[in-house]
Design a binder for this molecule. Structure first.
Ligand code: PEP
Ligand code: MN
Length: 336
């Protein structure tokens, strides 16, 4: 059960609610986020919600049968909107587009990408400064100095930044320079990292684990929400299967399923999802038709020279075409 507490609830009222709920054999956890205070009750006994719902200090009470609670669709009437400030929002009413290189490589590349995004009306730029690489000898990112440089150009252009955080110690140093912390597929179940991201007031986008189930992704989001941060996005980026013809298997099924299970925005990553440049566009468009609230993809002025993931990276002409077609596809979907 989720009990939404009144903002100015008295301590003794809260105590009485906890006692009542514990008496029903429900274990309680109190959660305070940017948006409200909740009491989460975990238990199995059947009871009449009127028994609890009338108590002073409660603004609403919901029975949520899913094992995850706060990220469940079952207690929220409206899907969540993530507000990044300066008029940039992510929700089911518009298509969020996030584009940029796999890795931030240097000043010239940042400038070129910012210019390309501006020209195409895209207000969120992706890029990695801390790169999780399979081989320790591959390019591992420019680190915090790269992020600062990127931030300078992005801020000037009014562009928001989404970038991966790999470990707890990076959260604070990155804080002033990012708009969305990305949790990569290799860290989806790094529960210490998720706990710490629950303590901050910035958006977090959690990617699906390489071999992660949809429920595991939702539980990861529940960690951050129950830690105190409601500003969450989920990202389907393909999973590892027995199929070798593509880098990953983009699980398009996950998109409508996630949309049904959670009120959080769902973003598709066709670049990592299929990993083959010429197939990124159809997978992006299919993701939109499947119900995605946004798409994140990789681009570069010269993909062949990209420091990482060039094989799945679009050049700027392909990127501009994809942006145009994604918007058309979204309009088509909305016209149904
Ligand atoms: C990336 O976005 O470049 C990335 C490394 O993604 P993932 O964690 O999905 O592999
Ligand atoms: Mn990449």
């Amino acid at each position: 059960m989720i009990i939404q507490l009144e903002q100015k609830i008295k301590d003794n009222d809260k105590k009485a609610i906890v006692e009542k709920v514990n008496g029903l054999k429900y274990k309680t956890t109190e959660v305070t986020t940017q948006k409200g205070s909740y009491l989460i009750g975990i238990g199995k006994t059947d009871f009449d919600i009127r028994e609890v719902g009338f108590m002073p200090g409660i603004s609403d009470i919901h029975i949520v049968s899913d094992d995850y609670k706060l990220v469940s669709r079952k207690w929220k009437v409206k899907p969540t909107t993530i507000d990044l400030g300066d008029g940039v929002t992510i929700n089911d009413k518009q298509l969020a587009i996030m584009a940029g290189p796999c890795s931030i490589e240097g000043e010239e590349q940042i400038q070129q990408t910012v210019e390309h995004l501006k020209a195409n009306g895209v207000s969120i730029m992706r890029g990695g400064v801390y790169k999780p690489r399979s081989s320790p000898y591959s390019f591992r990112g420019l680190g915090i100095e790269g992020l600062k440089l990127w931030n300078k150009y992005a801020r000037e252009a009014g562009i928001k930044i989404v970038t991966e955080v790999m470990q707890v110690s990076q959260i604070e140093e990155m804080y002033d320079y990012v708009d969305i912390y990305q949790v990569g597929a290799r860290n989806t179940q790094n529960f210490n990292l998720l706990d710490e991201l629950g303590k901050i007031d910035k958006a977090v986008m959690i990617k699906r684990g390489i071999s992660g189930t949809i429920d595991e992704l939702l539980y990861s989001a529940e960690y951050v929400f129950s830690g105190g941060n409601e500003k969450l996005l989920l990202c389907e980026r393909g999973i590892r299967t027995y199929e070798k013809a593509s880098r990953n298997t983009m699980d398009l099924n996950a998109i409508p399923i996630l949309k049904e299970k959670t009120h959080l925005p769902v973003i598709a990553d066709p670049s990592h999802g299929i990993g083959i440049r010429r197939h990124v566009e159809p997978i992006a468009l299919a993701s939109i038709m499947a119900g995605a609230d946004g798409v994140i993809f990789e681009n570069h002025s010269v993909p062949e020279e990209a420091f990482s993931d060039g094989q799945q990276t679009l050049d700027f002409d392909e990127s501009a075409r994809l942006i145009r077609r994604m918007r058309q596809t979204f309009e088509l979907r909305e016209s149904f």
